[in-house]
Design a protein around this ligand. Sequence first.
Ligand code: SAH
Length: 553
Amino acid sequence: MTGFPKSPMKNHLMVGLNANGNIHIIVGTNSIAAGRCSQSLGAGARPILIGPDTSDVDFGLQRKINEGLVQWIKRDFEEQDLFCLGRDDVGGVVDAVFITDSASHPQSSKISELCRYSRIPVNAIDAPHLCTFTLLSTYTDGPLQIGVTTNGRGCRLAGRIRRAVVSSLPPNLGAACERLGAVRRSLNPMSVTIPGEWDDCTEQSQLLNRIKTGEDAKERQIRWLAQVCEYWPLNRLAAITDADIDAVMTPWSSSSLPTKRKCETEVEIIPVKTGRIILAGSGPGHPDLITHATYKAIQTADLVIADKLVPSSILNLIPCRTPVHIARKFPGNAAAAQKEIEMLAIDGVQSGKVVLRLKQGDPFVYGRGGEEVITFQRLGLGSRVTTIPGITSALGAPLLAGIPVTHRGAADQVLICTGTIQDGKSPIPPEYVPSRTVVYLMALHRIKDLVQDLVYGGTARERMIERDAGRTLWPLDTPCAVVERGSCPDQRVIRSTLEYITEAVDAVGSRPPGLLMLGATCHILGGRSTHPWVVEEGFQEFMAHDGCTWMRG
Ligand code: SAH
């Protein structure tokens, strides 16, 4: 954290304004006026240029005037222009005014004053004190728009940052937005299950991973689409194919799965040629954290079947020639998706392929790795399975968040547990042991209930059936932390106490995948604060020396 005092100036509210059919006045005829006319036309508005006749009008602007796209009123601005030139349906009041003369021009401040008095949005070039809105440095690719502002600190810098952001994106992302938008529209918006999912809202709600039972096929399609948008690597989304879209649209139910193999109970020995299955962990996310063995498997496999949590930085290591299937797993359909994965793997092995089942973290830590091995054994493929460990997020993410899971004098034991068990049920919470660090995976979508359970005990009914009998409850001031996307560039750590952690997660939104940690070690290397919570953004590259940015709640 740097020692610079915070600027008292508040940042702007960034919005996407629907200017379709609006009427914009552009005062002046210089090259900036030409730019404003283009921006106005690009947003579907009608620009009216006001300025005395002159021979040195910008070439492009003159062309637009000749083509009738821009109307030019050849005189100085007059006050009544604001109230007569606009749309009939709003009584002739114009929708926005752009002043392109310099701020020192006598009419600039007068026009700004008139507009502000009449609540007409006004923008003046290089004169923030005359503006009620400013324009962003923008990039447009079809329906995708990216805007950058430095809030008046430096327009050149804003342009530079915009270019840097855009250059990091895969091509065709706009087309992908169009395509996925069409799929989304084709699904009935009335059956939306995830609030906020249909807005370009800033943060993902933690409801994305909440388990729902009794969803119909359409709701599952919507869910899967949301999961694809959240978890698929951007370059995969940008290159989304018709087959991918079909997969999203295929009604999803366990009964729709191929039934030719018996996986769960019956033993069926399948004759196999030369195929193999490699069950490997890919670590918490950063490509430097995969083992050399997993890397070699990625490079040599004939087919990769990856879990949805395996991030793009890892998937990018897969050679282009290798087909990749990403598991269609989302809360509520885990069992059906698991079956589909197993079928694909078995088909691959049977046809002589080396199939890499790439799992996030370690395959045997809440990864269903053991179940998959049992399935393959039942089918007589046991000798063809190789397992490769990975760094589990349960231990890797805390370290990268600066939290030692054990620490002399603070914690001599660590417990890894889950916030969700089969069918979305809630597991019995661990009891409070002062010298224990608890790492909770798959817990953030139900953090409120979980904290309630830890601090106050279960529901009245649960207490009655003595599920919680004798369990020591957790003190409200227990240090805790949420570590999200550990080892990824957008890693985030929220440090707080059990008293405030739910409020903190509500306030900053969710960035899956993430885990919850409890215990004294959460604050041992820093993050203690008088504020109810502290948010640390960013991941410090292993070989770099950049600091983190800090935000206080
Ligand atoms: N086998 C995996 C865990 C799978 S369970 C492993 O060993 O890491 C999935 C849960 O892991 C998520 O719900 C989340 O709690 C946690 N998780 C996975 N990746 C994470 C990451 N990069 N940062 C923080 N938590 C992560």
